[in-house]
Design a protein around this ligand. Structure first.
Ligand SMILES: Nc1ncnc2c1ncn2[C@@H]1O[C@H](COP(=O)(O)OP(=O)(O)OP(=O)(O)O)[C@@H](O)[C@H]1O
Ligand SMILES: CC(C)(CO)[C@@H](O)C(=O)[O-]
Ligand code: BAL
Length: 411
């Protein structure tokens, strides 16, 4: 639905601080910065054991070397798999007053992740990149089982980045360690489960977690906040880096840090995009060629809201109407095609929100600006053609998210 964040509309079946220095724009509104210090169909039905999701220490890219220390080959990057080894690594840096940054990821690294790591290396002596597919943030019917795990490619990307950072004298630091724990390590009392009513030690940030993405993914932000609290406690970073693409996640983490008095600065980096504007995402590999071309719909709809705001429009109905016009047109174009050529999508939501609380706005206060965020579900192609690239795992339904910041006006 375009006007109300919690209502859903199926259109198809008929849809810190800022990054602080060089080269990275300040993408948060002042309102966000000042807070520093379902109803939809399942994404994937199969489940898989949590243990399988962690790259094993026998992976070809990072076997223990002399002295038993596991490293990414041809780099000084340590691979740490336990909280104890992480703490042992961390201690001297505290004593030496060296800053440590954390870039939390679920692996399947792309340029969006690498941009966060570059920003972290510019401003910190040491960067820890965590690679952990956290089962607690996946709903029981979501895509945990098929979530891309690309350990060797991730190690190769980090090795390339390490060489780039080594050649760039402007960096304060480099990637010093990868933290790749098992689920047993991250959930020492046993994994509490993915159900809405699972019992266990969770960090819950309400009501923000229930809005927008939380409407469709009711356990998502509980899982994210819980694992980020664990990662912050384990790494004890001075700064942690998150991407603007997951805007609600960054706002929730910022609130968690504030409300739990955590001594970590949250830095949010720009969304990195493909040449046509699609936000980079580990899940884009599910799309395949046909759906990839149509997956740009959300970006185009959000651009239309930016244009309406830039033209002076402040009413939610008008701003979201501009987005709806784009999605409806693109869907109509697809529906006019033959089954063998078309790609359908459903708009989960496109919403205009307050930049601090993420609550739905009827009208933008130009002194505060707003966030427009959305999610679109790309449906499986109806009539796959022989030899067609359907995407990773046979092209299941895939949810794409994106957002734009409507900046406060200066006058
Ligand atoms: N395109 C992007 N530009 C900048 N940062 C990004 C981008 N995509 C993801 N990130 C950030 O990288 C961090 C790790 O994200 P994650 O490993 O979930 O990747 P992802 O591409 O968002 O995956 P998914 O497809 O599961 O959402 C998060 O802080 C996320 O916001
Ligand atoms: C922050 C995060 C690494 C927690 O698992 C994840 O939600 C992500 O990758 O955005
Ligand atoms: N980037 C957010 C992780 C997730 O969707 O599970």
């Amino acid at each position: 639905m375009f006007a109300r964040p919690l209502a859903r509309r199926a259109a198809a079946a008929t849809g810190a601080s800022s990054l602080r220095s060089r080269g990275t724009r300040d993408i948060l509104t002042p309102a966000l910065r000042s807070s520093s210090s379902s109803s939809s169909a399942p994404i994937q039905v199969t489940r898989r054991s949590y243990a399988c999701k962690t790259p094993s220490s026998s992976s070809s890219s990072s076997r223990p070397g002399p002295g038993g220390l596991e490293k990414i080959p041809s780099t000084p990057i340590r691979v740490l798999r336990t909280v104890e080894s992480l703490r042992r690594w961390r201690r001297p840096h505290t004593l030496d007053h060296r800053s440590v940054a954390l870039v939390p990821t679920m692996g399947a690294l792309h340029d969006g992740h690498l941009s966060l790591i570059r920003a972290a290396a510019r401003d910190n002596h040491h960067v820890v990149v965590s690679l952990y597919v956290n089962p607690a943030q996946f709903g029981v019917r979501e895509d945990l089982a098929s979530y891309p795990v690309t350990w060797d490619a991730d190690c190769a990307a980090l090795a390339r980045l390490d060489r780039e950072l080594a050649d760039d004298g402007a960096n304060l630091g480099r990637v010093s360690a990868v933290f790749a724990p098992s689920t047993a390590e991250m959930y020492p009392s046993g994994f509490p489960g993915q159900e809405v009513d699972s019992k266990g030690s969770f960090v819950v940030i309400t009501p923000m977690s229930e809005l927008l993405e939380g409407g469709t993914r009711p356990t998502f932000f509980r899982g994210v906040a819980t694992v980020c609290m664990k990662l912050f406690n384990a790494v004890q970073p001075e700064r942690a880096y998150f991407g603007q693409k997951d805007v609600q996640q960054s706002v929730i983490i910022r609130k968690m840090v504030r409300d739990f008095l955590l001594p970590v600065e949250i830095v949010v980096g720009d969304t990195m995009r493909e040449a046509d504007g699609l936000a980079m995402s580990s899940r884009n590999v599910y799309l395949g060629t046909r759906r990839r071309a149509v997956g740009i719909v959300l970006r185009r709809a959000l651009e239309a809201t930016e244009k309406a705001y830039a033209a002076g429009e402040l009413e939610a109905s008008k701003i979201l109407g501009a987005a709806r016009a784009v999605t409806e047109k693109m869907l109509a174009e697809q529906m006019a095609l033959e089954l063998k050529d078309r790609a359908q999508f459903e708009v989960d939501y496109v919403s205009l929100s307050d930049p601090d609380t993420l609550e739905h706005l009827e009208r933008i206060d130009p002194a505060r600006g707003a966030i427009v965020s959305g999610a679109v579900k790309m449906l499986p192609v109806e009539d796959p053609q022989p030899g067609e690239d359907l995407g990773h795992s046979g092209g299941p339904p895939v949810r794409l998210i994106d957002n734009v910041i409507l900046k406060p006006s200066t006058d």
